[in-house]
Design a binder for this molecule. Structure first.
Ligand code: PMT
Length: 416
């Protein structure tokens, strides 16, 4: 096989499997990794053996599977043997195992190997959507990211329980591709020996700049003006754009969300900072999507100290913030611009007015009170051909449709 990893730099990974229904995908993943010349040492939790047998994994990897912490010398030789690993990959990672990792627990062989590792850790979460969105899981995920753990996925889709939402594990082909890329760097990746992923069909090679979330305009040292944007819509667009092959830069106001995998995230606080970050990145952007709920006004003179109460009224002078989208759309070599409009009434009329006044080829309109903070949304797309309503569904699904529409308009414009 051309470009197999073993020809240049043999790699060794520990593939940890935890107890979730997506464990079956670990079999195909190990097959793809072994095919790439990678040595795969499987370590399973006891729960994982209820979903897939160690015999299957042993047959696919050609190595005995590690399960029992208490066999032989209480796992010490296993810990030493994993010190040869280039990375540990947990596929699937259940909510329970993510919690263990976040808290440094080591009460079975796999969690002990993770805690005792001296190599990077990659985690592919898989769980029910409620478990994924639970504040405890999100807190644990944030902790893993802060600890330098790489997260692959999850994505939104149909789940084992029949529900649809965020928490589905990436497919084995996508995981194999990402793991190989992370091991060797994308430039040396043998891209011919694995099937195409969705990410390679669509926005391939395009640079997409996205703003997301709210902005925070300081009044004084501890108070400010902000809004209820969660960032979910913008982050979903960033994730979908990355899946479709784009290079994504996400300029994000303050949110509680984890950074979408594979995107460059520039964290900002105020509209002025968001404007600066956009100006810095806009030159290389092919498409700009303004999803952020940017504060229209900021306090003229914010106080460095906490303003003291004096019993009387307090008047704040507000001055307008720059309109970032209008600025980008008016640039001489403007990228293809997609605007959003959040309206609480007269949605169609105000949205189309916004699109025309900012001369945007595409604008997505939503009802502010239904869209902001929610997991799902309903959009009406406005372009030169008219309006295209998209029914209420989760934000990632909407993001994918929006991007396919934007991509087709972008390519049509380029071919003129
Ligand atoms: O973050 P979520 O909780 O998921 O909620 C999603 C959302 C409701 C915030 C999102 O879907 C949305 O509608 N974003 C645009 C919100 C907004 O500020 O709309 P607007 O109508 O005020 O602004 C119109 C457009 O100009 C937007 O593309 C906005 O990003 C942009 N703008 C506005 C003001 C400003 N100073 N600079 C800008 O770039």
């Amino acid at each position: 096989m051309r470009g197999m990893m073993q020809q240049t730099n043999p790699k060794h990974i520990v593939l940890g499997i935890t107890g979730g229904i997506a464990a079956y995908k670990a079999a195909e993943l190990s097959r793809l990794l072994v095919k790439q010349g990678i040595t795969v040492q499987v370590a399973m939790t006891d729960a994982a053996t209820h979903f897939i047998t160690s015999a299957t994994m042993q047959a696919l990897t050609g190595r005995p599977v590690l399960v029992d912490q208490w066999q032989d010398d209480k796992g010490i030789s296993h810990i030493q043997s994993t010190h040869a690993a280039d990375t540990i990959v947990i596929v699937p990672a259940t909510a329970d195992f993510i919690a263990k990792l976040a808290h440094g627990l080591a009460d079975d062989l796999l969690s002990t190997l993770c805690l005792a590792r001296n190599c990077p850790l990659i985690v592919a979460p898989a769980m029910n959507k409620q478990m994924w969105s639970n504040a405890a899981t999100q807190r644990n995920v944030q902790q893993l990211i802060a600890d330098g753990v790489t997260l692959l996925g999850p994505v939104s889709g149909i789940q084992a329980c029949g529900e649809e939402g965020m928490g589905r594990m990436l497919e084995a082909e996508e995981l194999a591709r990402d793991i190989v890329a992370l091991l060797q760097g994308s430039e040396t990746l043998d891209r011919t020996s694995l099937p195409l992923t969705p990410r390679e069909r669509g926005l391939d090679g395009l640079n997409i700049l996205i703003t997301a979330g709210p902005t925070y305009e300081a009044i004084d040292a501890v108070r400010g003006i902000t809004n209820r944007s969660s960032g979910k819509m913008g982050y979903a667009i960033a994730q979908a754009a990355q899946e479709l092959g784009a290079e994504v830069t996400l300029v994000s106001g303050p949110t509680a969300l984890s950074h979408p995998y594979g995107t460059l995230v520039v964290d900002v606080t105020s509209a002025a900072e968001m404007f600066d970050a956009v100006k810095k990145h806009v030159d290389s952007a092919d498409i700009f999507i303004g999803v952020a709920a940017v504060a229209d006004y900021r306090v003229a003179q914010s106080s460095a100290q906490k303003i003291k109460k004096n019993g009387g009224n307090l008047t704040l002078e507000l001055v307008p913030n720059p309109d970032i989208l209008a600025y980008v759309a008016a640039l001489p070599n403007a990228p293809f611009c997609v605007g959003f409009a959040a309206e609480s009434e007269n949605l169609r009329e105000y949205a189309e007015q916004k699109r025309r006044s900012k001369k945007l080829p595409l604008l997505a309109a939503n009802l502010a009170q239904q869209a902001i903070g929610a997991d799902d949304n309903e959009l009406i797309l406005f372009d030169d051909a008219g309006e295209h309503p998209l029914p209420r569904t989760d934000k990632l699904a909407l993001a994918r449709v929006l991007l396919l529409h934007a991509s087709s308009l972008y390519h049509k414009g380029k071919s003129k």
